[in-house]
Design a protein around this ligand. Structure first.
Ligand SMILES: Cc1cc2nc3c(=O)[nH]c(=O)nc-3n(C[C@H](O)[C@H](O)[C@H](O)COP(=O)(O)OP(=O)(O)OC[C@H]3O[C@@H](n4cnc5c(N)ncnc54)[C@H](O)[C@@H]3O)c2cc1C
Length: 397
């Protein structure tokens, strides 16, 4: 068993890290306006990512954008494997301090693009994948409703058959990127009598009649990823909006959740690496009572724990991504990974904040936002409780 990355993988990861670092510097200078931090989704930075090829990593060269970029990630002609994709996105997270940007890109990539790529017919893929990767379109993934979150099988949004298509009614909430989206991958029941087997999945134009998207919801972290509520009020969609077959929605949701839980948090592992390096640097250089604080065991123990969390998270990421690269099922493994990485990132962010003392608490310190951002990770794509339920269920409990 060889745990080393190949030279190609190391180069790929380094390219993404350098790119992330460059963007991070642009964000640092654009986010502070008039002394306060602006928390806006930056379309210019999104476009730079698309132009560089970041949202094309899962596509073959003939489906990618033909624009000439200012910066290129030097992707191979073939799509990256799932393992190489997470290695690349880990590098991005290591370079880019904005968890929000990494989360927005990963959400778009894994819950929208990858879902359409896996289940779309040739017409849907031909129309959408290039435009989703070149920045023309932004997508969001709408599952959660005001009355159902952890139990999507009970969803209330309906899609009723009508002339030449379906009519959607219902409400989806906490949807990342909804306020800036152009298309919505939405789940709705086409046959409520069949419960979860009656759920279907649709790709809907967000500008269709009968759709209202709220203003961005204020939240405690990941501020630059706008989140909103989507209301469907007699929204007519054509038959061609159906993704996969009628009633296949729960299968699509579960399969896409498996990829989401495997891949979405790869950039957080990169961020944990940077967080560890900056905590070590601070612990070596901050002097209290005549010695560096790193010499106090209370500080060095925290740093040792951060290192252990990082290494275990990364090992599990590579294991699960290897399974998905080979097309193998990994329901339990991806739930374990999601649980482990999200909780570890939260815990390490708390440790980094304590190590930095008061500096860790103030906005300018560049440390506190990880605490706020990491909290979202223990909720989205299934809370930690739900991951434990999945693991226990797979163990026959
Ligand atoms: C930053 C962020 C981004 C998000 N982005 C999206 C998005 O893009 N698209 C989308 O559809 N949704 C999104 N969500 C919503 C997210 O998926 C839900 O919030 C989550 O699934 C939990 O659902 P809920 O909020 O309704 O909580 P509930 O399901 O009501 O759960 C409340 C509490 O009860 C616990 N609980 C519930 N059921 C069980 C059970 N069976 N066993 C044990 N404990 C249980 C939960 O763990 C939780 O602690 C996002 C959420 C956040 C925070």
């Amino acid at each position: 068993m060889n745990f080393d990355l190949s030279s190609t993988q190391l180069t790929l990861q380094q390219n993404f890290q350098t790119f992330g670092d460059m963007l991070g510097q642009r964000i640092a200078s654009s986010e502070v306006v008039g002394g306060s931090v602006t928390q806006l989704f930056d379309t210019g930075i999104w476009q730079t990512c698309c132009d560089a090829g970041l949202l094309s990593i899962l596509l073959p060269v003939d489906r990618r954008s033909s624009r000439t970029p200012d910066y290129t990630l030097n992707l191979p002609d073939e799509p990256l494997s799932i393992l190489d994709a997470v290695i690349a996105m880990e590098g991005f997270g290591q370079g880019c301090h904005s968890n929000a940007l990494a989360f927005a890109l990963n959400t778009h990539l894994w819950t929208v693009q990858h879902t359409i790529q896996s289940y779309g017919n040739e017409k849907q893929k031909g129309d959408l994948l290039k435009r989703l990767s070149n920045g023309e379109l932004i997508g969001c993934h709408a599952m959660t409703e005001p009355d159902i979150g952890s139990d999507p099988a009970s969803m209330k949004t309906t899609a009723t058959r009508a002339a030449n298509g379906f009519v959607l009614n219902g409400c989806k909430c906490f949807i990342s990127l909804a306020p800036v989206s152009d298309i919505i991958v939405v789940f709705a029941s086409t046959n409520p009598d069949k419960a979860k087997w009656g759920i279907s999945c649709f790709i809907v134009n967000r500008h269709s009649q009968g759709i209202t998207v709220s203003e961005p919801t204020e939240k405690m972290g990941l501020e630059a990823v706008p989140m909103g509520t989507i209301t469907f009020d007699d929204c007519h969609v054509p038959e061609s909006a159906l993704l996969g077959s009628e009633g296949a929605g729960i299968g699509i949701a579960n399969a896409s959740l498996e990829y989401e839980r495997c891949c979405l948090l790869a950039s957080q592992i990169g961020r944990m690496q940077t967080q560890l390096a900056s905590s070590i640097h601070y612990a070596r250089n901050r002097i209290q009572s005549g010695q560096s604080i790193g010499r106090f065991q209370s500080i060095s123990n925290r740093i040792a724990d951060m290192k252990v969390r990082l290494e275990t998270a990364r090992l599990l990421l590579y294991k699960v991504a290897s399974l998905k690269s080979r097309g193998e099922p990994a329901m339990m493994e991806s739930a374990m990974l999601k649980l482990l990485v999200s909780e570890h990132f939260l815990q390490s962010s708390m440790d980094a904040m304590r190590i930095h003392g008061g500096l860790g608490y103030i906005r300018d310190g560049g440390v506190e936002h990880d605490v706020r951002d990491s909290l979202g990770g223990v909720l989205y794509a299934g809370t930690s409780d739900i991951q434990r339920n999945v693991i226990a269920g797979m163990l026959g409990l």
